[in-house]
Structure formats: structure tokens, C-alpha cells
Design a protein around this ligand. Structure first.
Ligand code: C2E
Ligand code: CA
Ligand code: CA
Length: 574
């Protein structure tokens, strides 16, 4: 008997139990009205089982179009789907107005009262939520909440399609912060993050709602401006972006001046495909940065050629050191009274295999930008030091002969704070007092505290510091008091005129007397005529250099020059 009851067919009422207690919602409906809903369906709809939903239109819980779509496909489709059902995902608005996501499957059913539909569903809101979160993470920058590179590219693709269809224009803007690295380095990453958040806020405020602002890299932002005409509109937007960034930021309780550089390109005027547009905007942004920052530039075709050229040069510069294409030329520094050589300044030359000699004014800024300047400077100091020590040991020069090397300001920080310079001096055997490093007042322009501590470090090593290009900067006189330099080079722009132009004469005289009272040595640059040398000497400038004596020449030529100098010296002594 017990065995019988275990295998006996379920009773008709048992099926009701099965449906009623099923963990998925089940609803029977006809012509959009609910005939029956099981326990779980009531839970999902948020309606009391007692109260019931029989006779209630489906549209009470579902947006009307979601059912229309299913009914239409059922009508038009009589094939196998009749057995496997019609699946869908739809939103359900519960009785308490809360929104749920349901996964549904609807099948036809023949009830005793006639044909109807049965829909089985389950609540997938949680899964949807986490899918949404993942999608968000894949498309948005977690720090600023702005669209990331992926979403930016999607949106740009969409906007370009739309603009093509509507025959309209899209402006694409690249925005790069000018001093982000400085903030990160000096105020820390916390301040860097804070800055990026604030920047994204300000960018959004200076653009329209329909524009997309994205963060596509560390401190790189982009903006897509649909329906944008070239000229005044884009210009105005770029202007307001710059203004927004130029307002000081408060970071770590400190006012920080950041500013940005903006490059703009317009579709379809400048390019018709996305990759080309991206490149254009980047090139234009780069131009804005190069031309003094805190500026915007529209892309123009000639920028493209220039960028191409620059990239080629950049690639070559990376290999210049190992291929031994860099050489040093030496210009003698002369005692104006005795006309003998007291030292030499070293100037870099790049002997490019196909382009010929490239001047330092072209490749040094490039080297700074692409991070090669430290290596190049280290090489220059090492080569110049060992060359100078060679001349000293061979008695080709006076015993206290000095060699001077130009130091690029800010990017050389690491080189001057670690032990590399003292190591180079040890290796070459050159006493620190025979090395001069020439700096310019720009060294103070980014981070004064750091620059000062670097200079003090160099002074401690016992090397000489000379202030180059003196007189060209803005704050020269005050800077001179502050910097721990023991020499000043009067910029060559002043020297040609000293004997002709009374104003320059007064200025040079003032520099001389200031230098004297501060006990700094003065070196005159760009001496081309005898009268200039005399003027300088007369005002207390004992040392000078310039074409009057020699151009910067190769080390072999310099040695030839030294031979005549030797004759001078001997005459002097004799
Ligand atoms: P600077 O240090 O002010 O160098 C003086 C420039 O004037 C040199 O040009 C030099 O050859 C030139 N010069 C020398 N005497 C006269 C003269 O009597 N009349 C005229 N008109 N010019 C004269 P150069 O070699 O082209 O260097 C230009 C700049 O490039 C230098 O200015 C310096 O700032 C930078 N530079 C050169 N070599 C190096 C280097 O090894 N490292 C770094 N960081 N910068 C360098
Ligand atoms: Ca110099
Ligand atoms: Ca100079």
C-alpha cells in the first residue's frame, strides 16, 4: 500500500499546488487581462494574495508596448516557437511603483474556457544591476565619473554617423593640463586626484549638456561638440574652457595655477574618418602647448607635415647617443686683460647622418620633452670633464682651466640631486672647482623650493654655478640675489651694443656694479669686436668669450687654438 502511494499518478488538484507554489511567477491571461496569477507572481507584483489580481489589465504592471510586441510576434509566428515559447525581457512596475526587471517566456495554452496565453517570469533585477555596474566600469572613468576612452570612441562614432546623415559638423577637442605632473610630483597623488575631479567638473560646466566630455588618459580630456560650426562657436567654447582652467585651484589648502592647452579639429572639414580626426586634435593640442600653453589652436594641414617631421626627428634623437652622432664643440673663455685662455664652454652639436648639423636650439627642447635630456646631459658632462682633465694633465691649458657645461633647467633635477655628477668628477679626475654648470633663471619657474635645494646640493659638491643669459629674464636683479651662483654671464644680446647704445651701457654698468657688490664673477658673451672687449674690461668684467677670439670648435681645432694661446702666455710671462 505504502509503495502504491509512492508511485501513484498525482491528482488533478496536485497540479494546482505545483503551479501555485512554483518559484517562478506564472500568469494566465487573455486579451491583455489576467485570468490567473500564482503566489510568486503576486509577490513580484507586490499585491496581497487575498486581494488578488484576477481581471486586472496587464498594463497595470507592464508598459503597454512590451505586450503589444509579444502579441504581435505570436500572431505572426506559428512555427516551433509555439512549443519553445516567446522569450522577452521587460520592466515591471510593482504595485508600490518600484521597478523590476523580468525575464519572461510566453506560450499559447488551450484552457477549457478557450485559447489564452501563459507567461512564466522571474525577477532578474539584481543581475541587471550588476551588469549595469560592470558596463559602467567598462565605460566610465572611476575617478571622475566621466566617460572613458572606450565610451568616448563609441560616442564619437555615433556623432560622426549622425553628422554625416544630417550634413552637420562635429568639433573634436583635446584638452591637456599644463602642470599636472607638477601637482602630482610636489603636492602628491591625493592632490592630483582632487585636481582631476575638479577639472572634470569645470569642463562639464563650460560645455553644453549635449556635448560629451571624456577623460581618456592621465591628464588628457576630450570633448565632442556636435552641431558645431567652425569659427566663433568652437572658438568661444575653447575660450571658456581655458578660462575655467585658468581660475586657480585650491589643492591641499594651497592655490595652484594649472591652465590647459586645447587642440580643435572639425569634422568633416579637416578629416572624414575618426582616426585622422583624433590625430589632428592631438597635433593641434600639441601646437597649443608648444606655443606657450594656456592656449587653443585649430588644426591646419601644415601642422600635419610638421608633426610628421618632428616624429621622425624624435625617433632619430633616441638613437643619436648610441650612434655617437652627438659631439661637443668648445669655445674658449678668455681673460680679457691677458688675452689668454682660462676655460671653455661646451656646446652640443648633433651631426645627423642625412640632415647635417642640427643646432642645439632645435634638439635640446625636443630632448627635454621626450625625456632624453638627463641622458644627454650626463653624457655631455662626462665627455667635457674627461676632455678638460686630459688637457690639464697634458699641460695644454692653465692649471686652473675651467670647463663649463649648459644645464637644462627643470628636467635635470634627478641628475643634479643624485650622486651622478660627483661620480663623473671622480671618474674623470677633474676637481669640482674646475667644473662650471650654466643655469638660467627659468630654473625657478616651476618649483622654486625644489630648484633651490637642487642648487644647494650642487654648491655642496664644490662645482661652480653661473647664471646664463643674464639680463634677458624679467626678474633678473632680484633673482641674482637669491640664487647661489658665483658667476653671471651677460647675455650676448647686450654685448654688441654696449659701446653704441647709451641705455644698454647703463644697464650693463648696473649689472656690473651689482655683481661686484654681490661678489659674483662676470663673463661677457658674444664678444665680436675689440671695442666691446675693452668696454667690458673697463667696467670690471675680466672674462669674455665670442667670435672675436674663436667660434665654438671641435676638440682638435681647440687644441690648435691652444697652441697660439701658449705663445701668448709665454710672451706674457716673458
Ligand atoms: P648659450 O649657452 O647662451 O650659448 C651661446 C650661443 O651663442 C652658442 O650658440 C654660441 O655658439 C653662440 N655664440 C658664441 N659666441 C658668439 C658671438 O660672438 N656672437 C654670436 N652671435 N653668437 C655667439 P649655440 O651653440 O647654437 O647654442 C645655443 C644655445 O643652445 C645655448 O645658448 C644653450 O642654451 C643651448 N645649448 C648648447 N649646448 C647645450 C648643451 O650641451 N646643453 C644644454 N642644455 N643646452 C645647450
Ligand atoms: Ca651658456
Ligand atoms: Ca648665454
Amino acid at each position: 500500500m505504502a509503495k502504491d502511494s509512492q508511485t501513484q499518478q498525482p491528482h488533478k488538484d496536485d497540479f494546482h499546488q505545483l503551479v501555485e507554489g512554483h518559484p517562478e511567477g506564472i500568469v494566465l491571461h487573455r486579451e491583455g487581462k489576467i485570468l490567473y496569477a500564482n503566489g510568486q507572481a503576486h509577490l513580484i507584483f507586490g499585491v496581497d494574495r487575498e486581494k488578488g489580481v484576477q481581471g486586472t489589465p496587464l498594463t497595470t504592471f507592464f508598459p503597454p508596448d512590451s505586450w503589444q510586441r509579444i502579441e504581435q510576434s505570436i500572431e505572426s509566428d506559428s512555427s516551433e516557437a509555439a512549443y519553445s515559447g516567446w522569450p522577452a525581457e521587460m520592466t515591471c512596475i510593482r504595485f508600490d511603483e518600484k521597478e523590476l526587471h523580468l525575464e519572461t517566456i510566453t506560450t499559447k495554452i488551450n484552457l477549457t474556457s478557450g485559447p489564452a496565453l501563459s507567461t512564466v517570469f522571474k525577477d532578474i533585477s539584481q543581475r541587471k544591476q550588476s551588469e549595469k555596474r560592470i558596463r559602467h566600469q567598462a565605460n566610465y572613468d572611476h575617478l571622475t565619473g566621466l566617460p572613458n576612452r572606450t565610451l568616448f570612441r563609441d560616442r564619437l562614432t555615433q556623432e560622426l554617423i549622425r553628422a554625416t546623415r544630417q550634413n552637420s559638423r562635429v568639433a573634436l577637442m583635446f584638452i591637456d593640463l599644463d602642470r599636472f605632473k607638477w601637482v602630482n610630483d610636489t603636492l602628491g597623488h591625493g592632490a592630483g586626484d582632487q585636481l582631476l575631479k575638479e577639472v572634470s567638473q569645470r569642463l562639464q560646466e563650460s560645455l553644453r549638456k549635449s556635448d560629451t566630455v571624456a577623460r581618456i588618459g592621465g591628464d588628457e580630456f576630450t570633448a565632442i561638440l556636435p552641431d558645431m560650426a567652425r569659427g566663433p562657436h568652437a572658438e568661444r567654447v575653447a575660450g571658456s574652457v581655458l578660462t575655467a582652467l585658468a581660475t586657480p585651484f585650491i589643492l591641499e589648502g594651497q592655490e595652484a595655477f594649472i591652465s590647459g592647452s586645447v587642440g580643435i579639429t572639425v569634422f568633416p572639414d579637416d578629416a572624414e574618418d575618426m582616426e585622422a580626426l583624433l590625430k589632428n586634435a592631438d597635433i593641434a593640442m600639441y601646437r597649443a602647448k608648444n606655443e606657450g600653453r594656456n592656449a587653443f589652436r585649430f588644426y591646419t594641414p601644415d601642422m600635419h607635415d610638421e608633426a610628421q617631421e618632428r616624429m621622425a626627428l624624435e625617433k632619430d634623437l633616441h638613437r643619436a647617443l648610441e650612434r655617437q652622432e652627438l659631439v661637443i664643440h668648445y669655445q674658449p673663455i678668455i681673460n680679457l686683460q691677458t688675452k689668454t685662455v682660462v676655460g671653455a664652454e661646451s656646446f652640443l652639436r648633433w651631426e645627423h647622418p642625412t640632415r647635417g648639423s642640427i643646432p642645439p636650439t632645435t634638439f635640446i627642447p625636443l630632448a627635454e620633452e621626450i625625456g632624453l635630456i638627463s641622458d644627454i646631459t650626463e653624457w655631455t658632462i662626462r665627455t667635457a670633464c674627461s676632455q678638460a682633465q686630459g688637457w690639464r694633465e697634458q699641460k695644454k691649458v692653465v692649471t686652473d682651466f675651467m670647463i663649463s657645461v649648459n644645464l637644462s633647467c627643470t628636467r635635470c633635477r634627478d641628475l643634479s640631486t643624485d650622486e651622478r655628477i660627483s661620480q663623473i668628477l671622480r671618474e674623470s679626475g677633474l676637481p669640482p672647482s674646475a667644473l662650471v654648470l650654466e643655469i638660467t633663471e627659468n630654473i625657478l619657474s616651476e618649483d622654486e623650493n625644489r630648484a633651490m635645494s637642487m642648487l644647494r646640493h650642487l654648491v655642496k659638491l664644490g662645482v661652480n654655478l653661473w647664471l646664463d643669459d643674464f639680463g634677458t629674464g624679467y626678474s633678473s636683479l632680484s633673482v641674482l640675489k637669491k640664487l647661489p651662483v658665483n658667476g653671471i654671464k651677460i647675455d650676448r644680446a647686450f654685448v654688441p651694443d654696449v659701446t653704441k647704445d647709451p641705455e644698454t651701457t647703463v644697464l650693463v654698468e648696473a649689472i656690473m656694479s651689482l655683481a661686484k657688490s654681490l661678489k659674483r664673477r662676470v663673463i661677457g658673451e658674444g664678444v665680436e669686436r675689440e671695442d666691446q672687449a675693452e668696454f667690458l674690461l673697463h667696467h670690471g668684467c675680466l672674462w669674455g668669450q665670442g667670435f672675436l677670439y674663436s667660434r665654438a670648435v671641435t676638440h682638435q681645432e681647440f687644441e690648435v687654438f691652444l697652441q697660439t694661446d701658449r705663445v701668448n702666455r709665454q710672451q706674457e710671462e716673458g
